[in-house]
Write a protein that binds this ligand. Sequence first.
Ligand code: TYD
Length: 233
Amino acid sequence: MLITFEGIDGCGKSTQARLLADKLSEEGIETILVREPGGTELSEHVRDLLLNKHFKEPLSHEAELLLFAASRAQLMKEVIKPALAREAVVICDRFTDSTVAYQGFGRELPLARVEEINALATDSIEPDLTFLIDIPLETAIRRRKGMGDDRMEAESRLFFAHVQSGYMYLAEKHRDRIHVIDGSDSMEDTQQSIWRLVEYERGNDLRHARHADEDRAEAYAYSFDVTSEVLAS
Ligand code: TYD
C-alpha cells in the first residue's frame, strides 16, 4: 500500500508521515518512510541540486520538472516498487501531487505534460491513499519564519497561493484517494484523524485486491464524503 502526504511547505505533513510510520511499525507492519525529492543516493544528489544549489542562471521550470521526475524515477525503481512487491506499506512525504501543484500550478507548466512525466517516472503507479494537510497560507508562512528558506521555499506568496489552488484542484479530481485533513488542529488530533482513515482503508484492503482488474475509480467506494463520515463516527 502506498500512502502519500501532501501540502504546502510548513503544513506539518513530515511530522505526520513519521508518526504514522512509527505507529504502523509498532503494529508489526513492515513500513518504509521516504521523502521526495530524495531517498536514494542519486535522488539525494538531485535534491541537493533542486533545493540548495544556486546557479548563475536560474534553473528553468522545465529542467526543474525533469529533475523532480528523475529523482522520483530512481526512488520508484530502487525503493518503492520492490517494497510494494513484498507488500510493505510505503509512506511517501510528497509524491506526484506535489509536481502537479508546484510545477503545474506554481510554475504554470502545461498540466497534461506534467501528468505524462509523472506517469513515466512512476510507471503509472498511483497512491492508494493521500493525506493533504491543509492550512491557511498565513499559518504556513508564520510557521516557517526563521527556519531558513530553501530555493523552493523562497518563492513568493503568489506562487504558494497557486500551489494551494493546485492542491484543491487535485482534491476535487481524486476524491477517491485524497483526504483533506485540517492541519490547524493540534498535532495529536491530526494524527488521530489520519490513523482512523488508515484503519478504515486497511479494512477495505481485501476488497481493493478483489477489484484490482476493474476500473480503480469504480472499485473505490469512497470519496470526500468518506473523509467526513469516518471522522464523524
Ligand atoms: P522539503 O525540504 O522536503 O520541503 P517539505 O518539508 O515542505 O516537504 O522540500 C521539498 C520542496 O520541493 C518543497 O518546497 C516542494 C518542492 N517539490 C516540488 O516543487 N515538486 C515536486 O515534485 C516535489 C516532490 C517537491
